[in-house]
Write a protein that binds this ligand. Structure first.
Ligand code: PMP
Length: 441
């Protein structure tokens, strides 16, 4: 770089907020955009704000002293392994333990088919990396997990949303989408779905629909990516049978210890048919060589020595109480015209505002009233969702949840009055793409 060029670059960088490298990025970087609502969320993380926005597991409920001792013991006894590089596929013993966890959802698989990843987020990234060329179609529920939409955008996939209702993905809508895409000569690379306690909608695919969705995908030759981080966090009865349990060849299953143990270990996994498994291991090695041996062994040690099923029960009870606090206060306080889902597990409620109200326009006012949520637009690749918001109940204590809903109900009520007075135009103060940060995912 010449001196003038360097000077030019610096003055552009200093004189404005224009990115001086803008003409050098790869085309795929265009899909990586920060959210304009991020700044608001920085305010929302202040203690006086009740955040119904974040999807952070309540790790305070873990026996932290015990986990600390376990980690210290791991380094003292097996430090030379825990602090060394590991294999690209992941620790073999942990992969066996993962198979035991998956058995709770009816999956019969061997450790050879499992690849340990940096959270299930990395599994999503690797699957997208090995399947998607720019413009390829990914089918996904509408709304869908914001982190998946971000990954698909980074690989320039074309996301086509499929309708959902209280029973999850609508099979007829899926069938229609596949056929319409087929007629248009476009190949669907995979269906991305979160069948249990979906993020953000909180709904669960019924057993009957699970069969129909799999039948439709099998018939059309569409691979299914089943993302299931919340499957063991159901509030009633046994876990649902995973899609993968009945179709080992047609499904790539993604799992995670982020919600059943702690996200800080960043341990997730993919269970995939052999050929895909091979590609995933190669992609994993090119991305990070190997996952952290330390994290994997710590999780393995936790599973081997601690009552992990009991801990999951503790989490379930805690989240059930919070779900009840949220649903109860929505019922008591929200103005007429608002509707919402009733999750039977997981972390999230999806709220629909009365006609004409815009959740993104509402957010600054809500934050001023010390309550935060995530506007629905972040959960669609096509910018829809303005009439919706995601409310999470996983992190705040029940009393704080009730207080948060009281504040939110007041803001919605006010907004309704404004709307009745000035009409829809007044509500659309903000625009643009939403990609909230990881603590909101
Ligand atoms: N999938 C879904 C549906 C999620 O909600 C999340 C986290 N919020 C992830 C994947 C990623 O989780 P992790 O990488 O921590 O396993």
């Amino acid at each position: 770089m010449t001196e003038e060029q360097d000077h030019g670059r610096r003055s552009v960088a200093q004189g404005s907020r224009i990115d001086p490298y803008i003409d050098r990025y790869a085309a795929r970087a265009a899909g990586m955009v920060a959210s304009e609502i991020r700044a608001l969320f920085a305010v929302a993380s202040r203690p006086e704000v009740v955040s119904l926005a974040g999807g952070m597991p309540y790790v305070t409920a873990l026996p932290l002293d015990t986990v600390g001792e376990l980690v210290a013991d791991l380094v003292a006894r097996r430090g030379t392994v825990a602090l060394q590089y590991g294999s690209g596929q992941g620790d073999p013993h942990l992969r066996e333990q993962i198979c035991e966890v998956m058995r709770l959802e009816g999956i019969d698989a061997g450790p050879d088919d499992v690849v340990v990843t940096v959270g299930s987020q990395q599994a999503l990234d690797l699957i997208t990396r090995i399947f998607i060329d720019p413009g390829d179609v990914v089918l996904a529920e509408g709304p869908s997990y914001v982190g998946a939409i971000g990954t698909f955008a980074a690989y320039q996939a074309s996301v086509v949303h499929v309708a959902m209702d209280a029973q999850g993905l609508v099979p007829e809508a899926l069938d229609e989408s596949i056929q319409a895409l087929h007629r248009a000569g476009r190949r669907v690379k995979f269906l991305y779905t979160v069948p249990s306690f979906q993020n953000p909608a909180g709904v669960t695919l019924s057993a009957e629909r699970r069969r129909r969705v799999m039948e439709i995908c099998r018939r059309a030759g569409v691979l299914v990516v089943e993302d299931n981080p919340y499957g063991l966090l159901g509030f009633d009865g046994d876990p649902m049978r995973a899609l993968r349990a009945d179709d080992p060849d047609g499904v790539v299953y993604l799992g995670s210890f982020s919600k059943t143990l702690a996200p800080g270990f960043r341990v997730g996994w993919a269970l995939a048919p052999h050929a895909i498994r091979d590609k995933l291991v190669l992609a994993m090695e090119s991305a990070v060589l190997s996952h952290s041996s330390f994290s994997q062994l710590a999780v393995g040690q936790y599973l081997a020595t601690q009552p992990w099923r009991e801990q999951i029960k503790t989490f379930r009870e805690l989240y059930r109480e919070r779900r009840d606090a949220l649903l109860g206060s929505l019922e008591a306080l929200m103005p007429p015209g608002c509707t919402w889902t009733r999750p039977a597990g997981g972390f999230f409620v999806w709220l629909t505002l009365p006609e004409g109200l815009d959740s993104k326009a509402l957010l600054p006012r809500a934050v001023a009233e010390r309550v935060a949520f995530v506007p629905g637009t972040g959960f669609y690749a096509d910018g829809s969702g303005a009439g919706n918001m995601r409310l999470s109940y996983c992190y705040p204590e029940p009393d704080r949840i009730r207080e948060g809903v009281r504040r939110l109900a007041g803001v919605v009520q006010q907004e309704l009055l404004l709307h009745d007075t000035f009409g829809t135009g007044a509500m659309r103060a903000l625009g643009g793409v939403d990609t909230p940060g990881p603590d909101l995912a």
